[in-house]
Design a protein around this ligand. Structure first.
Ligand code: GDP
Ligand code: CA
Length: 338
């Protein structure tokens, strides 16, 4: 695509961040602007359904993962949080018998949460606070929270766990981090969703893009949450952009993490084909035009094509930035042919 100008990515945390880092690396090479950057502007609409208030601070796990990854401050081993992190403050909080022992905030990371919380208390919107934080990190893309209103994903438990009776709702991060998605869940509830609206610029970024990308993020609690915001699904369905997705499932398994547990809750099989069909072809009322799968899943290509999608199998392990840049290049190429 030689006239490519605007790309919009609908991202969660680690999968969305790593993919976008590869995309930016590819665009710098393929569409240079002569000053070390790219002519193509990239907007990342980030899931805020995992956000929570912890130790009095507003924590936005996916926004921070994207910001640290693109800004060069992420812990590569973890995929989230800061490199060279320490835990002195949280051990002090624990000594007072407060905080959640299953969710520790690192000292460097706490700096971000303190600044964000202060900006919000001064009256800034989350979009404004994010823009402020990005002045330091210079992520090379415009980061937009999906909404300025709090929308929190909660999980309805199908069985009792510790102090939580069966049937109660707990925050997604508690289910994910404390219980490692191992307690039976019956549904995800996005608290605050109906009254939330997309943040300024979100619908425009989808409408005005040349290509909208669904990165290999969790299809249920990352991309699904963004899509469930009022107006977003319709914007994706009706944009003149090509919409392409990259499978977060390789060979029937979530590559990192426990996305299979989330797919099970909504009754979607953990396979690249099932997730592609779950998004569905826009030609048939769905959300995407093209679906990139790993080579291990190549046999699913004909079924996806039958369902109205452009589909191609290429290596989808995000091993390092150059490999991920090639993935992004394949996704853009698929978009230009979809
Ligand atoms: P989270 O918010 O940090 O959980 O991150 P995301 O929702 O953005 O992405 C998580 C998903 O990324 C995981 O469930 C995996 O399915 C997917 N993922 C992680 N690493 C890779 C990879 O190297 N290749 C592919 N194709 N998917 C990956
Ligand atoms: Ca997340």
């Amino acid at each position: 695509m030689t006239d490519l100008q605007r790309v919009t990515v609908l991202a969660g945390g680690v999968g969305g961040a790593r993919f976008t880092r590869g995309l930016l690396a590819h665009l710098k090479d393929a569409h240079p602007d002569g000053t070390g950057g790219s002519r193509v502007s990239v907007t990342v609409v980030v899931n805020t359904g995992d956000d929570m208030t912890l130790d009095g601070l507003r924590v936005c796990p996916d926004l921070d993962t994207v910001m640290y990854t693109l800004g060069g401050g992420v812990s590569e081993e973890q995929g989230w949080g800061r490199a060279d992190e320490t835990r002195r403050v949280s051990s002090e909080i624990a000594a007072y018998g407060r905080g959640w022992d299953w969710f520790t905030l690192g000292d460097l990371d706490l700096g971000t949460h303190i600044v964000r919380t202060e900006l919000l208390r001064e009256g800034a919107t989350l979009s404004e606070a994010t823009e402020y934080l990005c002045r330091r990190w210079r992520p090379g893309a415009r980061l937009l929270p999906m909404s300025d209103r709090p929308v929190e994903t909660h999980v309805r438990l199908g069985e009792a766990a510790d102090e939580h009776p069966a049937g109660s709702l707990i925050h997604f991060e508690e289910w994910w981090v404390r219980y490692r998605a191992g307690v039976v869940a019956t549904e995800f509830v996005q608290v605050g969703l109906e009254s939330a609206e997309p943040a300024p610029g979100v619908l425009e970024a989808i409408r005005d893009a040349d290509v909208v990308m669904v990165p290999p993020s969790n299809p249920v609690v990352s991309v699904g949450t963004v899509l469930n915001l009022p107006g977003v699904r319709e914007a994706v369905r009706h944009t003149s952009a090509r919409v392409v997705g990259v499978s977060p499932i390789i060979g029937g398994a979530a590559v990192r993490g426990m996305a299979d547990a989330c797919l099970a809750v909504i009754g979607v099989e953990t396979s690249a084909q099932a997730v592609g069909l779950h998004y569905g072809a826009r030609a048939n009322g769905g959300l995407i035009d093209g679906w990139l799968l790993d080579e291990a899943d190549a046999e699913a290509v004909p079924a996806l094509v039958d369902a109205g999608l452009a589909a191609r199998a290429v290596p989808l392990w995000m091993r390092d930035v150059p490999t991920t840049a090639r993935m992004a290049s394949e996704a853009l190429d698929l978009a230009s042919r979809a």
